[in-house]
Design a protein around this ligand. Structure first.
Ligand code: PMP
Length: 295
């Protein structure tokens, strides 16, 4: 049996195994070229036990990424694997990371860019979420790196594409900020390294729209909850906003305290929305119960 007491269990290629027993070959294609697709999903403790928030939408997005790379992906199987991993680990409040990737050729050697014939793999790891970023106000700086344009890399959760986010994040940290904001060549806001951007002006909530930005599921949730309009927003408009917040599965709804030298004051609209989002994901808003999948 691949299970060991006390060791977290991972779903890997059709079964649950103890995390410390799993290995991937050094010739794994994804390690050389970033040919994988991942998701970031969350489950929450609700009154009726643990539930995954918008599981189907996350797996559908993952399926679109897998299609691009020619990786077979079955949403029903991925969904079942996710639920089984959560149950096996007894996780309630958890961050869920499914990953599918290209492995090795039949000869075990990886050299080429042709992907047909490579092995395909799928894993799910679930991590208990202890620290909530929620409540902490973050400081943003405009990234010197531009976002991957959608005409070169579609905005999906393709592993290799995340080098772009990592460079921007690293530069923002070196400058003493928490997070980077991508702005395009024309001065339009794109998104952050792992979250979408919103602004509030005169009490009105606006979702930043950009073709190079990941179509965020939290963004979609916030639009549904607030009736926010979605439109392109310039860097200057953002500097002029009353409140700015970013949102994503991990970040949830996170208020921004500064954009470079522009400081933002109190953020009452963001705080109210944070509280509403927290109730929705925990199943405390009956009207949105359909977004939850019981574990
Ligand atoms: N943009 C990027 C680049 C991301 O990685 C994420 C996190 N998945 C988001 C936005 C937010 O997306 P979601 O709300 O679906 O988590």
């Amino acid at each position: 049996d691949a299970r060991r007491p006390g060791m977290p269990l991972l779903w890997f290629d059709g079964e649950l195994s103890s995390a410390d027993t799993l290995q991937a070959p050094l010739t794994t294609h994804a390690m050389h070229y970033g040919t994988g697709v991942f998701e970031g999903i969350r489950s929450y403790a609700t009154r009726d036990g643990a539930a995954v928030f918008r599981l189907r939408e996350h797996l559908e997005r993952m399926g679109r990424g897998a299609d691009l790379l020619g990786i077979d992906f079955d949403i029903e199987q991925a969904s079942e694997a996710t639920l089984q991993t959560l149950r096996a680990n007894g996780h309630r409040d958890a961050y869920i990371r499914p990953l599918t990737w290209l492995g090795t050729g039949t000869d075990g050697v990886t050299v080429g860019l042709d992907v047909p014939g490579l092995s395909q793999h799928f894993m799910v790891v679930t991590l208990p979420t202890v620290v909530h970023l929620n409540g902490k106000r973050s400081r943003l700086t405009v990234s010197p790196w531009k976002r991957n344009p959608a005409s070169s890399l579609p905005p999906l959760k393709l592993c290799g594409a995340y080098i772009n986010s990592i460079l921007a994040k690293r530069e923002s940290r070196l400058r003493g900020f928490d997070e980077a904001l991508f702005v395009d060549e024309q001065g339009y806001v794109v998104e952050c390294t792992g979250a979408n951007v919103f602004m509030v002006r005169g009490g009105e909530v606006t979702a930043v729209e950009h073709r190079d930005a990941l179509p965020g599921i939290t963004r979609d949730t916030v639009i549904a909850l607030t009736g926010a309009q979605s439109r392109p927003v310039t860097h200057h408009e953002l500097l002029d906003a009353d409140e700015v917040f970013v949102c994503g599965t991990a970040a949830e709804v996170a208020p921004i305290s500064a954009l470079d030298r522009r400081e933002f004051g109190d953020n009452p609209v963001t705080r109210e929305l944070q509280a509403l989002y927290a109730r929705v994901v925990r199943g405390e808003e009956a009207s949105h119960a359909h977004w939850l999948t019981s574990v």
